[in-house]
Design a protein around this ligand. Structure first.
Ligand code: CTP
Length: 405
């Protein structure tokens, strides 16, 4: 696939140091990154830093373009996205009023690429009506503005004005760069473990980190779908743009999944649901008295199996995950049939580079007609996109609609 191009425009604020990490993340995402800086930005971080990180020449002087005098026109037309991070009040004002007095500001005026502005400044500057009005003007012209974060600012004040973390800016860039091939779909995704209380301080859970389900939710939002994410407790931040439904126990997850399934044409169950829960949850902390202690467990509802049984009334593409330590294919195939799935993503969790708590996964896709597709070791973000590609193919083939289910 053709690599997309991004121009990172850095203006003169203290958060310019965060742009270094942003450039690194964009390059890691296989984007071609070119950096333009204002003169003031070079007082905070040197162009050399960005040259080293992007692997490309950095431009900060309108009249020193290394013989390529039309770069201020070309860059914004050859790229797919311009990210201004950090964007100062001054630069936002220039953009709103069409002022082009240096390389970056003229590049923005001539651009055909989409533009993402990430304001960062003192909270009073940010709340100043002139700045707010300028941001409103930018939004009305189709420029995306990423709201700054709240919190402690470099000047010592507290309030809105912090440049969002580079990972958040990257995610927003991915949203703007993605094809909206899942627009019109509503996807219910479950993620993470469930916890089943033993007493007020103890519980039974499993090693699921939620990373796979969250990667699916982020990718689906990026690709234009409406997403409901029902999640067990994880250490992860709810992705921007999803309807987020936190659950603790399998029972709660069951309730939230069934409350939200209506209108969803795709359901992906990536959660690791506890199969059993303690028969009773003690009202007080269980004290250490006896030499041994047994815990009676009872079965939890199988959410996915129940979704499969009732699929006729709620036509959808139903996708499960199978975490296995042995007989991967045979076990996954059994689950696919028993739970009436359209596809199951089988996952060998005995490996150290795949499954729980890792950033990579080694999966096989198994379909209703018996087809098996093996994917190479990929990051969970890549697996998420591949799962969604296959789900989109199934939908285009008529699955998930009343006639196909
Ligand atoms: N699942 C579910 N509800 C449960 C158990 C599992 O919805 N109570 C779903 C999971 O979200 C996953 C699929 O069923 O998509 C398979 O889960 P997995 O734990 O691999 O298998 P189980 O069916 O629980 O069988 P076993 O634990 O015996 O392997």
């Amino acid at each position: 696939m053709k690599r997309k191009g991004v121009v990172v425009g850095i203006t003169g604020g203290i958060a310019a140091y965060k742009a270094a990490e942003l450039v690194r993340l964009l390059v890691k995402d296989r984007l071609i990154v070119r950096v333009a800086m204002t003169r003031s930005a070079t007082r905070f971080v040197t162009p050399l830093t960005f040259e080293a990180l992007s692997g490309n020449r950095v431009v900060y002087d309108m009249f020193d373009q290394d013989g390529t005098v039309m770069d201020h026109i070309r860059w914004g037309q050859e790229s797919d996205l311009i990210i201004i991070a950090p964007a100062t009040a001054d630069f936002i004002g220039k953009m709103a009023h069409g002022i082009g007095d240096d390389f970056l500001s003229t590049c923005v005026i001539a651009a055909t690429a989409r533009i993402l502005v990430c304001p960062s400044m003192n909270d009073r500057m940010f709340m100043n009506p002139a700045v707010q009005e300028n941001l409103r003007v930018l939004r009305s012209r189709g420029i995306a503005v990423l709201e700054p974060g709240q919190g402690g600012l470099a000047c010592g004040a507290e309030g809105p004005g912090r440049l969002p973390e580079p990972a958040e800016i990257l995610e927003q860039a991915r949203v703007l760069l993605s094809e909206k091939d899942l627009f019109g779909h509503k996807i219910l995704i479950s993620a993470g473990p469930t916890v089943e209380p033993i007493d007020p301080v103890r519980y039974i859970t499993n090693r699921s980190s939620g990373k796979m389900g969250y990667a699916l939710a982020r990718a689906a939002v990026r690709r234009g779908a409406k997403v409901v994410l029902v999640s067990g407790p994880t250490g992860l931040k709810a992705p921007t743009g999803v309807v987020f439904c936190p659950a603790k126990t399998a029972d709660e997850m069951y309730r939230l999944v069934f409350e939200n399934r209506e209108g969803c044409d795709i359901v992906i169950k990536a959660a690791a649901v506890s199969d059993y829960r303690p028969l009773e949850c003690a009202g007080r902390k269980v004290k250490k008295e006896a030499e041994s202690l047994s815990l009676e467990l009872i079965r939890n509802p199988d959410i996915l199996a129940r979704l499969g049984e009732t699929k006729a009334a709620f036509p959808c593409i139903l996708v499960g995950f199978a975490a296995e330590t042995e007989d991967l294919l045979a076990n996954a195939q059994k689950k696919l049939k028993a739970k009436h799935l359209d596809m199951i993503v089988a996952n060998d969790v005995s490996r150290t580079d795949a499954g729980f708590e890792t950033d990579t996964n080694l999966v096989k896709f198994i379909y209703r007609d018996g087809r098996v597709e093996e994917a190479p070791l990929m990051t969970k973000d890549e697996v998420a996109d591949l799962v969604l590609n296959r789900v989109r193919d199934l939908s285009e083939a008529g699955f998930g609609h009343a006639k196909g289910t």
